[in-house]
Design a protein. Structure first.
Ligand code: ADP
Length: 903
């Protein structure tokens, strides 16, 4: 219940009690008043009337006496009148009394009095009658005798007065008693009312005071600036409850205000701290003019500011092909060191930060493996921060910091701001350093210029002198020009002679190679058959000899081929036939051909192609293959352990775009002075007879020439003992040129030679071939050794062999033997050469379907065309590679079979 209500109720109650009391008292006073009035009006009136009667009686007596005494006097009528009036008055009084007296005793007395007065009246009337008769004496005597009656009336009156007086006294007495009681009652009631009022007030005041004291205590306990103010719990539904509620709300508001004020103060303090540190660092950075001073002037100030246990500062350098990070200062365990460490942009968190410019935070570092922070010295940090140092959004450096605790946000803020500042500083320092360097350079240049201008003055003087001399010389030179013209003509003549000589040389080489190859062919085939050792009657020693013969023959053959190739190139007889060279084919060729060789030497063999390489290139595929084969066989030959790597990439070089074929090995390498020599003919690093590696010393010369023909070139980089990298640059050419294509199977002399070298025991496999078994072959050749060796091999695989010494004989045999399936035709024959014979055969209806494989020692491309024109189905060079020959025969015989099946 609210206090207002309570107070209203309390005080209304008191007022009500007082009102009842007052009403009660007023009632009592009123009744007493009435009683007193009655007393006064009733008793007093009665007494008065009685006294009036008594006085009236006396007056009547006196008048009567007068009348009696003074009978003849004029006043007699007046007296009688007065007596009559007096009696009337007495009777009136009696009547009044009769009306107001109620008490029986008093009524009885009044009746007595009434009777007495009636008698008295009669007496008076008698007397007066007597008097009127003139008998005065008699009247006097009657009066004298009956006067006593007069006394009786007085007595009765008086007794009645005394009765009334007694009643009055009694009434007064009783009034006084009740009056006393009412006074006492009133006093007691007032006291009780006052007590109740007092108690109610006390109860109300007490409870208000207690609660207010409670509020005061809580308010007193408020501490200035506290964010946790005490709350009032007295939240009853009354005015004090409302005050408490209001107080609580005020406390909440105060707390919020206090909190805001504290936060604001903290922010201001932090901002001050930040501004001061930044200003300090800014001042420091102003004093730095050299990147090497960053350490003592700046770095040593930052470390203690953020309480770091490790720190390193890197800046990005661009003085190499790729940008990298240079560590310019570092700090570990109270030691400031200035190590120059290079970190690549891919390396670790620092490198990553430099690349993407994002801050990195590594927490709880202790949980990471030890190696992670080994570079941080003995201190084991708890948190690592890596900041990019930015300038206009670009990373110019990286700051790495570690702490044993945790970096508070404020320190992080400071560092971020400081790093922005530092970016500008580094840029400024770099620019200043650059300017200083330029200034120094320009000073040096100035000095040089000055010296040069002096020198030029001197030279001018000399020039002037020389001019004079020149004028004299000019006269002589005219004469010399004439002489030179003569010399030029002579030289032209010589060139013609040289070209002729070169032609003779080439032709000589071609002829000699034919002459050399033919016997060599027999030698190789026979040596091969020897090695097969079919009869199993050779000793180990003999087999070894046969092997040596075979190997020596191969070397000789290689040399001859190389010489021939070089001669052809030098005399310009090599044609370039451009076609689409598929890079994919090239890669699989390289892998298939050289991976087994490398594996045999336990070398790792890697072939990689860059993604931007086109699918094909227009070039002479054969030549490219030849060059790469040479580079790769060298790489494998001169590498004992490690790896050989081929990398095909696209690159810009001097005049344009090239495809670079990089062949790198980890072999013996080539010394600087030998690097130029090796491209010359017959040049080998180790040319002694005791040398470790075989070879002719012609491979690179041929490759270099071939590369030149393809508008490319070859470079070499090598370190002795570490390895060599040969790079063949082939120009990227997308224009399609005339593509020569041949309907027959193309053979590559180089390829075949290498295969024979690598597979000396190839003949052993030939025996197992039975696709050719039973087929009839005609060999037309005038060299019996050749015929002999071929016959031996072909019979060994189950073929039926016929032979003719020249073309004429060959045609005769063909006409007599209708079962001949295929012809092997030598070209250079004494009587009727290969060309003519083939033309004859093609003319004959019966024979023209027989496939002819022309076999010649001439490897020139025009020889090949000549053969095809004359009617050859296919073409092979001597010495004959057996596997290739068998393959060719199979191709042509199967083709034939299929055709006949078709028919
Ligand atoms: P060869 O037939 O002797 O290998 P080359 O002309 O191909 O003839 O090479 C000439 C010489 O260059 C070699 O004898 C060898 O001394 C050196 N050479 C070539 N390639 C390499 C290589 N990859 N590593 C070391 N030396 C090499």
């Amino acid at each position: 219940m609210k206090y207002t209500t309570r107070l209203y109720v309390g005080f209304s109650l008191i007022i009500m009690v007082i009102a009842v009391l007052v009403g009660f008292i007023v009632g009592i006073i009123h009744s007493q008043n009435q009683e007193l009035n009655e007393l006064y009006e009733d008793r007093y009136l009665k007494i008065q009337l009685l006294n009036h009667i008594r006085v009236g009686i006396k007056n009547v007596d006196n008048d009567l006496k007068d009348t009696i005494d003074h009978n003849n006097a004029p006043s007699k009528d007046m007296n009688v009148q007065s007596i009559r009036e007096g009696l009337e008055e007495i009777n009136d009084d009696l009547h009044t009394l009769d009306a107001i007296i109620k008490v029986k005793k008093a009524k009885d007395k009044l009746n007595i009095l009434h009777g007495q007065i009636e008698e008295y009246e009669k007496l008076i009337n008698e007397i007066l009658t007597i008097v009127d008769g003139g008998n005065t004496e008699k009247a006097a005597s009657v009066y004298e005798t009956d006067i006593k009656r007069d006394n009786q009336i007085i007595n009765t009156t008086e007794s009645m007065i005394s009765i009334q007086e007694r009643i009055m006294e009694d009434t007064l007495k009783s009034t006084k008693v009740s009056n006393d009681f009412y006074v006492k009652f009133t006093v007691v009631s007032i006291i009780i009312t006052l007590l109740i009022g007092f108690w109610v007030s006390r109860w109300v005041i007490r409870s208000i005071t207690n609660r207010f004291q409670n509020i005061r205590d809580v308010m007193k306990s408020i501490q200035y600036g506290s964010e946790n103010l005490p709350r009032l719990r007295d939240l009853s539904n009354d005015e004090i409850g409302e005050i408490a509620q209001a107080y609580n709300e005020m406390a909440t508001a105060l707390e919020a205000h206090e909190r805001m004020e504290r936060q604001y103060t903290e922010e201001v303090e932090e901002q001050n701290w930040l501004s001061m540190r930044l200003a300090e660092l800014s001042m420091l950075s102003q004093e730095i003019f050299d990147i090497n001073n960053l350490d003592e002037k700046y770095f040593q100030a930052v470390i203690p500011m953020v309480d770091a246990c490790y720190g390193a500062l890197y800046i990005i350098k661009n003085d190499r092909s790729r940008p990298y990070l240079l560590k310019v200062c570092s700090y570990t365990d109270d030691v400031f060191a200035k190590p120059s460490l290079i970190v690549e942009l891919e390396e670790g968190m620092v490198g990553q930060c430099a690349r993407d410019g994002r801050l990195r935070r590594i927490k709880s570092v202790q949980s990471l493996p030890n190696t992670f922070f080994s570079h941080m010295g003995e201190s084991v940090p708890n948190e690592i921060l890596i900041f990019p140092i930015l300038l206009d959004g670009e990373v110019v450096g990286v700051l790495e910091l570690a702490t044993k605790r945790e970096f508070p946000q404020l320190h992080e803020k400071l560092l971020i701001e400081a790093m922005n500042q530092l970016g500008v500083t580094i840029d400024r320092i770099m620019q200043q350093m650059q300017v200083r360097k330029l200034l120094e350079e320009s000073q040096a240049l100035n000095e040089e210029l000055r010296m040069q201008s002096e020198e030029m003055q001197f030279q001018q003087e000399q020039l002037r002198k020389m001019n004079e001399q020149l004028e004299t010389q000019y006269k002589h030179s005219e004469q010399k020009t004439k002489d030179l013209e003569v010399t030029k003509l002579e030289l032209e003549e010589r060139t013609k002679q040289l070209q002729l000589t070169s032609k003779y040389k080439t032709e000589f080489l071609a002829n000699i190679s034919h002459e050399l190859r033919t016997p060599l062919n027999s030698l190789l085939i026979l040596a091969q058959i020897f090695l097969e050792n079919k009869e199993n009657n050779l000793t180990e020693k003999q087999k070894e000899y046969a092997n040596t013969i075979h190997a020596a023959g191969k070397d000789l053959l290689n040399l001859i081929n190389d010489i021939l190739d070089l001669a052809k190139i030098e005399s310009g007889k090599i044609d370039i036939k451009r076609n689409e060279m598929e890079i994919g084919d090239l890669v699989s060729f390289i892998t298939n051909q050289f991976e087994p060789l490398a594996n045999r030497k336990n070398l790792e063999f890697i072939v990689e192609v860059a993604s931007n390489i086109p699918g094909f290139v227009y070039t002479d595929t054969q030549k490219v293959y030849q060059i790469l084969k040479n580079l790769l066989s060298n790489a494998i030959k001169f590498t004992v352990k490690g790896k050989v790597r081929v990398f095909v990439k696209r690159t810009m070089h001097l005049q344009g775009e090239y495809i670079a074929f990089v062949v790198a090995d980890t072999g013996i390498g080539i010394s600087k002075e030998n690097q130029e020599l090796i491209f010359e003919a017959f040049q080998q690093v180790d040319g002694t007879t005791s040398r470790q590696y075989g070879g002719t010393g012609l491979g690179l010369s041929i490759s270099k020439e071939l590369a030149g023909l393809l508008s490319g070139f070859i470079t070499v980089e090598s370190t002795e003992g570490k390895g060599s990298t040969f790079t063949f640059y082939l120009p990227v050419n997308f224009e399609a040129e005339v593509v020569h294509s041949y309907p027959n199977v193309e053979l590559d002399t180089f390829d075949l030679q290498h295969q024979v070298v690598e597979e000396p025991r190839l003949g052993a496999n030939i025996v197992q071939d039975h696709e050719l078994t039973g087929k009839h072959v005609l060999i037309v050749d005038d060299d019996m050794r050749n015929v002999f060796s071929l016959t031996t091999v072909l019979e060994a695989i189950g073929m039926k062999v016929s032979f003719a010494e020249n073309g004429l004989e060959g045609i005769q045999i063909l006409e007599n033997n209708r079962d001949i399936d295929i012809i092997l035709m030598d070209i250079m024959m004494a009587e009727m050469d290969g060309y003519e014979t083939m033309r004859e055969i093609r003319k004959s209806e019966k024979l023209k379907h027989i496939p002819i494989i022309a076999v010649t020692a001439k490897a020139m491309s025009e020889d090949r065309n000549k053969c095809i024109e004359a009617g050859a189905s296919d073409y092979m060079t001597k010495p004959v590679n057996l596997e290739q020959l068998i393959l060719l025969m199979k191709v042509w015989l199967c083709q034939l079979d299929n055709e006949s099946i078709g028919k």
